[in-house]
Every structure is written in C-alpha cells, then in structure tokens.
Design a protein around this ligand. Structure first.
Ligand SMILES: Nc1ncnc2c1ncn2[C@@H]1O[C@H](COP(=O)(O)OP(=O)(O)OP(=O)(O)O)[C@@H](O)[C@H]1O
Length: 234
C-alpha cells in the first residue's frame, strides 16, 4: 500500500515559485523517509503543502489512495498525516499534559491509552506533566512536540528539523526516539543532519532549488559523490 504519492507538485507564494514539479512516494512499510537539502530550498514549504496549510498551484497529493490536494489541514490530520513543525508550536503557558491533550483533539475516546503510550516512550514528559511547556529545556520541548504529534495517532508523522538547535548529544537522543517511533509509524524526516538522516532512512530525496535532484535508498544517497561533496563533511 502506498502511504503518500506526490506528483508534479508546483507551489509558490504570490509570484515566487518555490517548488517545481516535485514528485515523491512513501510506501506504508517504509520506516523512515528522509528529505534533505540546503537552507531555503523549500523543504518546509513542501511539508506545509502536504499538510494542507499551503495550497499547491498544480500537481496531485494522494494520501492512502485518496486525492487530498484540495483538503484542508484538519481533514489531512484526520486521515493520519500529522506534522510536527520546525518551530514546535507548543502552548508555552500550558502544562505538558494540556499540550498533549490538545494533540488528541480528534481522538478523545482513546486519549488515555495514547497518553500512556506517549508517557512510556518519553518518561520525562510523565515526570513533568504539570510543568509549563515554556519552561522545559529545548530537548524536552522537542520531545513534547513529537509526543503531541503522536497523540493525534498518525499513520505518517512528518518531523521538520527535529534536531534543530539542539546540542549534539540531545540531537542524538531525538534520533534514537525517531528510530523507536518508526517501528510503528512511518516517519517523514526533514533534517539538516544529513548523514544521520540518511543513515536512518529506507529511502531519501534531495531537494535543491525547489526541485528533487536525487532520490534513492538512504545508503545509495550516503554513497553518492554529489551528496558527500555538498552535504557531508569528511
Ligand atoms: N509565507 C511565505 N511567503 C513568502 N515567501 C515564503 C514564505 N514561506 C517561505 N517563503 C520562501 O520560500 C523559500 C523556501 O522556504 P522554506 O522555508 O520552504 O525553505 P526550507 O528548505 O525549509 O529552509 P530552511 O531549511 O532554512 O528552513 C524561501 O525563499 C522563503 O523565503
């Protein structure tokens, strides 16, 4: 079963075209699919388009066989595509628990069970359930953002730069969690840490100047001369 099929997607803001003929496929049995590329190349724009926040000018997006190109963000979440955005978008003056509850707004009945699963995966969130989200450390906030995404019971979880702004050791802990999550949920991973992302990925896409310029397995991409020269040091 194909989880996500993107065909010839063109997206822009006013006169500025950002994505050109982007096509990609994510299979339901993929654990991690990575999207890598330089700053400002359109990765976040692609994530926003897939999650129904930005409308494409042309092209087609199919989620689990359903054409969702014109769906709004809520409909896309209810079909199982959940995005954790780069800025995390936490409610800083609300508790960890309340933030997690917000994530489950479409699944109130199963809230308790899902909450237990998220607490099990991120024990630090259980410990700090009553603490305001805004007072958590950067790493803890990232865990909370991912935990809140999981509360929406995604089939496909998109993570936009989950290791962004974290110290290397914390970033590594986030990657370990992503690996754990990907046993149950397909993860679309947008990352600056190209080597780590490709290492985790079953398949990967390189986005440059708004176009997919290379695609392959994570291993193939790691061995590509262009990827090594442009994005991997040493
Ligand atoms: N709301 C907007 N209005 C106008 N232009 C925008 C808007 N959002 C993004 N852009 C432009 O679109 C281009 C792609 O931005 P985008 O954030 O998608 O890139 P990115 O690959 O995610 O970059 P980064 O890795 O730095 O986050 C940039 O030139 C950016 O200035």
């Amino acid at each position: 079963m194909t989880m996500l099929e993107v065909e010839d997607l063109n997206v822009g803001y006013g006169d500025l075209q950002v994505l050109w003929d982007v096509s990609m496929t994510i299979e339901a049995d993929d654990d991690v699919v990575a999207l890598v590329g330089p700053n400002g190349t359109g990765k976040t724009t692609l994530m926003k388009t897939l999650s129904g926040i930005v409308e494409p000018t042309s092209g087609r997006i199919e989620l689990l066989g359903e054409d969702v190109s014109a769906y709004d963000a809520d409909e896309i979440v209810s079909l199982g595509f959940v995005q954790v955005s780069e800025g995390r978008n936490l409610f800083g003056d609300m508790s960890v628990y309340e933030n997690l509850r917000m994530g489950a707004y479409q699944h109130r009945d199963e809230f308790k069970d899902t909450l237990e699963e998220v607490y099990e995966m991120f024990p630090v969130l259980a410990e700090r359930r009553d603490q305001d989200a805004g007072t958590l450390s950067g790493g803890e906030q990232q865990m909370l953002a991912i935990g809140r995404g999981l509360m929406a019971q995604p089939k496909l979880l998109a993570l936009d730069e989950p290791s962004g702004a974290l110290a290397p050791q914390l970033a590594e802990r986030v990657f370990e969690k992503i690996e754990e999550i990907s046993d149950d949920v397909t993860v679309l991973l947008v990352e600056q840490h190209v080597d780590r992302a490709l290492d985790l990925a079953d398949s990967a896409y390189l986005l440059e100047n708004g176009r997919i310029t290379q695609a392959g397995t994570g291993q193939e991409m790691l061995e590509s001369d262009h990827v090594r020269d442009a994005y991997l040091s040493g």
